[in-house]
Design a protein around this ligand. Structure first.
Ligand code: ACO
Length: 377
């Protein structure tokens, strides 16, 4: 019997006051503020303040928040040892998902989630990922630096040197752009887990698992693979046509919510224009132009446009990140939105437990041909 669960397009599962996704008009707003204004004006810590407490901070950067994150960045020695003990061949997203679990010692993340737990998750997930990235490169971890903001700290811990201001700005802008996005798959997964009164860390690991898939946050490294395979701008049209003939999906295009251009793609394109290597940028523009033309020609009714992941890949590469770290970097940025949703979910929690229509056989009896056990006399 064919049976499936999927889509849930247009199914409204409840209410949230955190971010508004206007799919038909290409809008995204955090707590009512358009994403373009947020990115231009708030920075990482200010965006966190806005998403968690519903209003921008009254000073930049918000001093208490900066201190709260700085205090929580260092890893306890037993957590650092756990990072060292993870199998070296684990993909970074799997390693991050596993390493996050080590933060829960001593009941630190007991239900219900708190702002302090949120600071811990946001701050330490970045330190963990930087350590995992360095370990992957055969390097010792670098300690956090109190004088740096969150994005610059992540770059410094990962690259082992003071970050270039333009790269820090690019990464901070990326963090802000992907901090939250309505009821996406990973946020939904997080809220389902929390609704059982499980803890924030368990919910975050579930969310990382959901984000990992290429239909969600796993796309950007494949975007760079695609650009590498295309090779030259002049090869873009042919490559795109061949890929679509093979029924492949073009990574970085299409979105469940947006039926016009993803507003995050617009912002990230602008950032890429400032930080990316000109040859990489020219190749990306050629592939984008070819993809939009061919998708528009073959599937006009689907209205497939550039999504957040296409230029995110170009920006993260320009910021100095290796491509296998793109998905977990998305995850550590999204922890801000996840915590906002965790706090909102548990303020008025009720178990999330939908129904499904049973379509299998009914009224069957064990009457022939099966190996059946006889209960003990
Ligand atoms: N390239 C080619 N065809 C596509 C693409 C694409 N990028 N996106 C959708 N389609 C086609 C599908 O093949 C399908 O066509 P078919 O019915 O002829 O088989 C049709 O559009 C509908 O696809 P669905 O998967 O049902 O649409 P959905 O709304 O679920 O798609 C998704 C959204 C998953 C993002 C899709 O556009 C996709 O796979 N894109 C590529 C992967 C990607 O960029 N992921 C990152 C998304 S952004 C984020 O989550 C942060």
């Amino acid at each position: 019997v064919p049976a499936r669960i999927g889509g849930l397009d247009d199914v409204v599962i409840g209410e949230s006051a955190i971010s508004r996704v206007g799919g038909a008009t290409g809008e995204l707003a955090y707590r009512g503020y358009p994403i373009g204004d947020v990115v231009g004006h708030l920075g990482f810590e200010g965006t966190l303040h806005l998403l968690w407490w519903g209003r921008p901070p009254d000073r930049d950067p918000p001093a208490g928040l900066v201190t709260a994150l700085a205090e929580r960045r260092p890893l306890a020695p037993e957590v650092a040892r756990w990072v060292e003990a993870l199998p070296p061949g684990l993909a970074p997203m799997d390693a991050l998902r596993s390493a996050l679990s080590a933060l829960g010692g001593g009941g630190a993340f007991a239900y219900p989630p708190t702002e302090e737990q949120g600071f811990d998750l946001v701050a330490k997930s970045a330190t963990l990922l930087a350590a995992l990235g360095r370990r992957r490169a055969g390097l010792e971890p670098c300690p956090p630096r109190r004088e740096l903001g969150h994005a610059a700290n992540f770059l410094a811990m990962l690259l082992g040197r003071p970050p270039d201001p333009l790269r820090s700005w690019a990464l901070e802008s990326y963090f802000d752009i992907v901090a939250d996005h309505g009821m996406n798959a990973s946020t939904f997964a997080l809220r389902v887990v929390l609704s059982t009164r499980s803890d924030l860390l368990s919910a975050a690991t579930a969310a990382v698992g959901a984000l990992k898939g290429p239909l969600h946050g796993g796309a950007p490294e494949h975007v760079l693979d695609m650009l590498d395979r295309v090779g030259e701008p002049s090869a873009a049209e042919r490559w795109v046509r061949d890929a679509l003939d093979r029924k492949e999906r073009l990574m970085g295009f299409g979105h469940r919510a947006y039926k016009v251009e993803d507003p995050r793609a617009v912002l990230l394109r602008g950032i890429a224009e400032r930080v990316a290597d000109p040859r990489r940028l020219a190749l990306a523009r050629a592939v984008e132009t070819a993809a939009l033309a061919e998708l528009g020609r073959r599937k006009p009714e689907l209205r497939l446009f550039t999504n957040v992941e296409f230029y995110a890949a170009v920006v993260l590469e320009a910021a100095g990140l290796p491509r296998e770290l793109f998905p977990p970097t998305f995850a550590i940025a999204r922890t801000v939105g996840w915590v906002a949703h965790a706090l909102e979910q548990t303020a008025e929690n009720r178990l999330i437990r939908p129904e499904v229509t049973y379509v299998g056989p009914v009224d069957r009896r064990f009457d022939s041909g099966y190996a059946l056990r006889t209960p003990p006399a």
